[in-house]
Write a protein that binds this ligand. Structure first.
Ligand code: XIL
Length: 354
């Protein structure tokens, strides 16, 4: 064997050894540093629910996802699994596979499941969108749907987000298929039916961009006030909290929550994520500002006795809807893509420990 060949062979072996050492080291170098306590343990000490929206694909395929979810949270919402298009994809077919998996997961980890959403303007299946149904048929379809879903999980789902996002930014009613086909009374009907089917369940309304005072918050207030005045069973309101990292309206959020609580309603933060926009300072500054917003919002919730539930829209930057919604991921959550806690996570721990 020529000398030069032996030399190259030795180099190749050395190279392979170095590469395999690195490959072996990388996962441990990036392994999630596990916090000393969990959000869940701290929340339970204070008697509150801390939750996350669950991505079913991640839960089914990524063991670490389920592990962190069960360790850190005592309540969950399905991110998509309960949307009409997935639960009732064809007129004569329901698909409860994922929702049942979620219920089982929650049961085996002693977590509450909150139903989200029953009625929404989005995620409407084709058969409903293009079926030429009369108003009476539409009412019947809505009733059947609510009956099927609520009855199936009666006693297991203690909180229902019955109507989701029925109001536009300018305060007008969202032009949903429900509004067009049934009229504004679809909202009253939905709450009344859910209550009849499961009188024990707490029924919430859920809305985006109603955290700050203004036109939209006023419209939400009026809607809820109207429901209460008409004797419609409604028990709470969820504010989503999808915000950017330059958000600075915590005092308005508190003012708004107090106003809603004065209506006799419970409150929740339902879908919190804080998107890091490109160009917002350096990474450290962005993470610190993000942490401050998470901390302030949790503190706002804790400062109002009626705020019973605080939920994030996911928990790891590995899985966030922001990539599809905003075109870039924006690292909006409290664990990074390797499940390492971010400053936002520790800000929440600090607030829960106060
Ligand atoms: C979003 C999901 O996160 C996405 O995966 C899906 O493609 C669209 O819906 N308000 C809501 C949630 O009430 O249900 C939405 O969830 C996000 C905005």
């Amino acid at each position: 064997m020529p000398k030069s060949y032996k030399f190259f062979q030795a180099i190749a072996i050395l190279f392979t050894l170095i590469i395999s050492w690195f490959t072996w080291q990388i996962p441990s170098a990036f392994a999630a540093a596990e916090p000393e306590t969990s959000l869940r343990a701290l929340a339970e000490k204070r008697g509150i629910l801390i939750g996350a929206a669950v991505d079913m694909k991640a839960l089914k395929s990524d063991p670490k996802y389920g592990e962190v979810l069960a360790r850190e949270f005592n309540a969950i919402l399905p991110e998509n699994a309960m949307k009409l298009i997935l639960l009732h994809p064809e007129r004569d077919r329901y698909n409860f596979t994922d929702t049942d998996i979620l219920m089982e997961f929650a049961k085996s980890h002693q977590m509450q499941v909150h139903g989200h959403p029953l009625i929404w303007h989005y995620a409407i299946p084709q058969w409903l969108e293009s079926g030429n149904f009369t108003r009476e048929q539409f009412i019947e379809i809505l009733h059947d749907y609510i009956k099927t879903v609520v009855t199936r999980y009666r006693g297991q789902i203690k909180v229902w987000y019955v109507v989701n996002e029925s109001i536009n930014r300018d305060g007008s009613l969202e032009d949903s298929i429900w509004l067009r086909k049934i009229g504004p009374e679809y909202i009253d009907l939905a709450y009344r039916w859910v209550h009849e089917l499961d009188p024990e369940a707490r029924l919430f309304y859920n809305e985006y961009s109603a955290e700050e005072v203004g036109q939209k918050a006023d419209a939400v207030y009026q809607l809820l006030q109207g429901l209460i005045q008409r004797g419609v069973p409604i028990h709470g309101v969820g504010l989503q909290m999808h915000k950017d990292v330059d958000w600075s309206s915590a005092p308005q959020l508190i003012e708004n929550m107090k106003k809603l609580a004065a209506l006799g309603l419970d409150l929740s933060i339902t879908e919190m994520d804080i998107y890091i926009k490109e160009g917002f300072g350096n990474q450290q500054q962005a993470l610190e500002k993000q942490a401050q917003i998470y901390g302030d919002t949790l503190q706002a919730c804790l400062s109002i006795p009626q705020c019973v539930y605080f939920s994030i829209w996911g928990f790891s930057d590995r899985y966030t809807w922001a990539s599809s919604w905003r075109g870039s991921q924006g690292a909006p959550l409290i664990f990074d893509e390797q499940y390492r806690p971010k400053p936002a996570y520790y800000a929440m721990q600090e607030v829960l420990s106060r």
